[in-house]
Write a protein that binds this ligand. Structure first.
Ligand code: MG
Length: 279
């Protein structure tokens, strides 16, 4: 799960809000490209780092509260500061030492996709009502809005339904609508802004229209806009279903960063999640 999130994130990071020309020339999913703002090829961004924060917290705390999430977000950023965060939020993280600082300073009024992009690991929570409560709780730290919370719950619930084999891909929109009263659009086209609900529409469209990672990545990037968040969520979800061919493109696996919190770390953490929740 985390490995696929990181590959989608790192691949998409090279294309985030880039020109159509760069997408047309380089969206082949056979290697990473650098982003003009300095993100190096194969390096993941905020989407993966915040997903790591949530995954690690779930392993150590079965009933995490807002303050725990705030602390986890600060902890994972401080131990490994990296590019890719929205600049205002990154400045805020830089100015905080603890989760309490973050909670005190932030104005969590965003309707963007920041709470959804880190919510795939929440799908591991076995009980759906608890999952929805925890998804709301973590979203509230930074995105305490109807859209921010709903998008996080939708991603977490989609992940849960796939992990626990309660839904085929094609049935996901029906089940999400039934539980959350949210229509998942399946015909998105065009640029994805950082908006939470646009992101969900793009993720669902890409997920439904492919069955292998190569095609999925190309579709996510071809939309344009916030390509890394769309690809991170979509790849994280695709990793959870047998309907997707489980092979990631080799060049993307081998090119993923192997820093302290890179390839090997992600694999180990994925194993711990499986052992803790699924065996
Ligand atoms: Mg990102």
């Amino acid at each position: 799960m985390l490995l696929e999130i990181a590959v989608g994130d790192a691949y998409g990071a090279g294309f985030e809000f880039c020109s159509r020309e760069i997408i047309n020339n380089s969206n082949h999913a056979n290697g990473y490209i650098s982003h003009p703002l300095g993100i190096k090829p194969g390096c993941y961004t905020d989407d993966t780092q915040m997903s790591l924060a949530i995954a690690e917290l779930l392993l150590e705390n079965s009933n995490p509260q807002e303050s725990d999430f705030a602390q986890a977000f600060i902890h994972t950023y401080k131990r490994d500061p990296r590019l890719g965060y929205a600049s205002g939020f990154q400045s805020l993280l830089d100015s905080c030492e603890t989760g309490k600082d973050l909670t005190r300073k932030i104005r969590p009024h965003s309707k963007r996709n920041g709470a959804a992009m880190r919510s795939v690991p929440l799908g591991l929570i076995p009980d759906i009502d608890q999952l929805l409560t925890v998804a709301k709780c973590q979203a509230s730290v930074t995105h305490n809005t109807e859209e921010g919370i709903l998008s996080a719950q939708a991603v977490a619930l989609m992940a849960h339904l796939l992990i626990y084999q309660k839904s085929a891909l094609i049935e996901l929109p029906k089940l999400i609508e039934k539980k959350l009263n949210l229509k998942l659009i399946g015909s998105w086209s065009g640029k994805v802004n950082c908006d939470a609900l646009e992101t969900l529409a793009a993720v669902n469209t890409a997920l439904q229209s492919n069955r292998d990672f190569l095609g999925l990545l190309k579709t996510c990037i071809d939309f344009g806009g916030d390509t890394d968040s769309v690809a991170a969520i979509a790849c994280g979800l695709a990793a959870l279903t047998r309907e997707y061919d489980s092979e990631l493109p080799f060049s993307l696996l081998s090119g993923l960063e192997n820093s302290t919190y890179g390839y090997q770390y992600l694999i180990e953490l994925d194993k711990k999640l499986v052992n803790n929740f699924l065996s």
